[in-house]
Design a protein around this ligand. Sequence first.
Ligand code: SF4
Length: 291
Amino acid sequence: MRIIRAAHLGMCFGVRDAIALALEHADAGPLTILGDLVHNPTVLNRLEAKGIAVAQDLAAVKTPTMMVTAHGTSERSLTRSRAMGLTVVEATCPLVRVAHRAVAALVRDGYHVVIIGQRDHVEVRGLTGDLDRFDVVLNDDEVFALEEHPRIGVAAQTTQAIEKVRHMVALIRQRFPRSEVRFLDTVCKPTKERQSAAVEMARQADVVIVVGGRGSNNTRELVKTCARYCDRVHHVQTDADVRPEWFDAAQVVGLTAGTSTPDDVIDRVEARIREIEAPARHLAAVADRLA
Ligand code: SF4
């Protein structure tokens, strides 16, 4: 059994820098992160071990310093936090800031903003938090439910699959032929690289293992993308989720991981697959000798 890793996989620079910033501030004094810094339980456990608190809303923050996650937040939310006397540390990824600037430009130029993404995702709430009117769409039905506006400006959650985003933009253009539709591509480069590398890998694999948190949007998108090219795709959070029966008769196993998955978690999943393979190889060798 051959194991191939996607050419681009695992933790992106945005998440890596946000974790480093959290650890740095935790050394300097008590820190609360607002929301999940990343959607990966392994990373969250490590932060907890460092004494970093996590609060899901501002009212639950009990430390003088609060950190905004790599997913970013709105200006309104930052103002509210500072008005409560909190010192705010922003771990917002520079590529999420690019998306914020794109949305601001669309508003400034008089476009009705449509975000392609998950309505309740923290990044999307940050992107739309300063807008009074906007729409969020994630599937064809939601595009059909949109109202007409003379100018429609479209941007995307940074971790959406670009093919899907292009499909949605084409659908919006088709649905509103009289509107001027402007699309600003805000899907981030690491997401695009991981998506295209996953396609290359899944095309060659009998079984694909995608490593990442269940709540991670880009990990789930990798699962969907791989499933278009390979029938046997499994999403695992850690090596403990890997099942031996998944690899029956598999010649090539592909491995990829979401942008919040640490390297050592990927390494342990790969080691577990090799461990599963070892007795199978031994049995095959015994059978050969007996034949
Ligand atoms: S997935 Fe993209 S936007 Fe999100 S933190 Fe990583 S690099 Fe930044």
